[in-house]
Design a binder for this molecule. Structure first.
Ligand code: RB5
Length: 146
């Protein structure tokens, strides 16, 4: 499993905490920035991670901004991306089971480190259920062209 991770300034500290956690679990990841707390524009990082996941270079992406909202809006505009903004473990789990979400968006100003780690672990360790959900995901692609 390979993970691409990115954040803006509002997600920077949580990104660093998640990186430490991934490293402890020997989960390979690439950090595409931002690399400091100076103010930046989240779409640049959301776009980079999304394209690297959509092109097959990574299995999953994790994006963090202040709320997770801007990153999620950006990511879902890229063909092949199914991004979820999760504030709870339950949302994270269902987004994998039912939606085969391939990008997880988190809010660095909304959830704390402990909550984020539980959400990330659940999300990375839950498999897509398939079955009736495949039809629905195909429909999303057909109807939107994305
Ligand atoms: C930055 O202030 C903030 O707008 C951004 O991190 C994010 O929350 C946008 O959705």
């Amino acid at each position: 499993m390979k993970v691409a991770i990115g954040a803006d300034h509002a997600g920077y500290l949580l990104k660093e905490a998640i990186k430490r956690h991934l490293a402890k679990g020997d989960i390979p990841f690439s950090d595409i920035g931002t690399f400091k707390m100076d103010s930046v524009n989240y779409p640049e990082y959301g776009y980079k991670v999304s394209v690297s996941v959509a092109s097959g270079g990574y299995d999953f992406g994790i994006l963090i901004c202040g709320t997770g909202i801007g990153m999620c809006i950006t990511a879902n505009k890229i063909k092949g991306i199914r991004a979820v903004q999760a504030y709870t473990v339950e949302q994270a789990k269902l987004s994998r089971l039912h939606n085969d979400a391939n990008i997880l968006c988190l809010g660095g100003r909304i959830i704390n480190e402990e909550e984020a780690i539980s959400i990330v672990d659940t999300w990375l360790n839950t498999s897509f259920e398939g079955g009736r959900h495949v039809t629905r995901l195909k429909l999303i692609s057909q109807l939107t062209g994305l």
